[in-house]
Write a protein that binds this ligand. Structure first.
Ligand code: FAD
Length: 299
């Protein structure tokens, strides 16, 4: 079976693309390695998505799942390890060994947490922001390391879950003013310009050694979560074009091969559900035009 369009990644971008492609009459498959709905499930409270003036990430995540069910999108749960081009065809190599072929592909695999190199030796003493859903944090003392939106969103989620939360920021606070305001109103302790020097485990507790404005301090806690940034996540791309960044000309050149990219993957720090949905819908239109052009011998 050769699909018109393979969509890799079942977050808002991938779901919207697969749905629109189906409506346009394309034979489309959506491949997701984990859960449909993507990173939306980590968000605490979404207040910038107009159809829902205020909704929890978990509730919106369920809406995305229901939407896929209702739209009857053909979904395969697989971890795509590599995408290659052979002549006019694209092929995914999946972890299970079950490969999929298509005439075009939309890659919307999002982003993944970065743990800075200097902390890699701390291994499982550190939790990633993505681990929040698997932890029961009630009554635990938790340190969140980072000063951006994800750090503040996590800290507020933890407070909702009855954890005693503290934020340690390496530099100035970069989170949106609304998040900072809520964290301040809810009396989350925030240490600015503080760097973690060491993390030790002593008698079942974690001891975080920080440098706060040249003073050394020790904080005893149960868990430490890193929210120190994210980077694009994508499978190995075995294509004639090297992707060094996601500038207009790179995306344009990829689209000439029927390869489209969108959502958080290409958006840097501007991670946004509505933008991801827009990218997905646009990719479906672009794929349709690409296939039409190829059929008419224009490509
Ligand atoms: C804590 C937090 C709070 C947020 N709050 C907001 C908010 O209030 N408002 C807002 O607009 N946005 C918010 N966001 C951002 C929002 O969640 C993202 O912008 C949106 O989910 C991006 O959609 P996407 O489809 O591009 O990527 P994602 O949602 O990340 O989906 C990517 C999907 O691809 C899958 N995948 C990855 N690699 C592979 C592979 N190799 N094979 C198969 N599948 C793969 C992943 O499992 C995932 O399901 C928040 C994000 C976080 C983390």
């Amino acid at each position: 079976m050769i699909f018109d369009l393979i969509v890799v990644g079942g977050g808002p971008a991938g779901i919207s693309c697969a749905n629109e492609a189906k409506r346009l009459g394309l034979n489309v498959v959506l491949i997701e390695k984990n859960q449909l709905g993507g990173s939306v499930r980590y968000a605490r409270k979404i207040e910038n998505f107009p159809p829902f003036p205020s909704i929890s990430g978990k509730a919106l995540f369920k809406h995305f799942q229901k939407f896929v069910e209702k739209s009857n999108i053909f979904v395969i749960f697989e971890d795509v390890e590599e995408i290659s081009i052979f002549g006019n065809l694209l092929q995914t190599r999946n972890k299970s060994g079950n490969n999929i072929k298509g005439k075009s592909v939309f890659i919307a695999t999002g982003q993944v947490d970065i743990i800075p190199e200097e902390y890699s030796s701390f291994g499982d003493l550190i939790r990633k922001s993505e681990d929040i859903l698997s932890e029961n944090l009630a009554n635990k003392k938790v340190v969140v390391y980072g000063g951006g939106d994800v750090a503040f969103d996590l800290a507020l989620s933890m407070l909702d879950a009855k954890a005693k939360t503290m934020i340690v920021c390496r530099s100035e606070i970069k989170a949106k003013p609304l998040l900072l305001q809520e964290a301040t109103e809810r009396k989350i302790k925030i240490l600015k310009k503080s760097t973690i020097k060491e993390i030790k485990k002593i008698k079942g507790k974690k001891v975080v050694v920080i440098n706060e404005s040249f003073k050394v301090k020790e904080i005893v806690c149960d868990e430490i979560f890193f929210a120190t940034g994210k980077k694009p996540l994508f499978p190995i791309l075995n294509l004639p074009i090297q992707i060094e960044n996601f500038d207009h000309s790179t995306l344009q050149n990829l689209s000439k091969m029927g390869v489209f990219l969108g959502g958080d993957l290409i958006r840097g720090k501007n991670r946004n559900i509505a933008v991801a949905i827009g990218d997905g819908v646009k990719a479906a239109f672009d794929a349709k035009n690409f296939l039409k052009g190829r059929k008419n011998g224009l490509l």
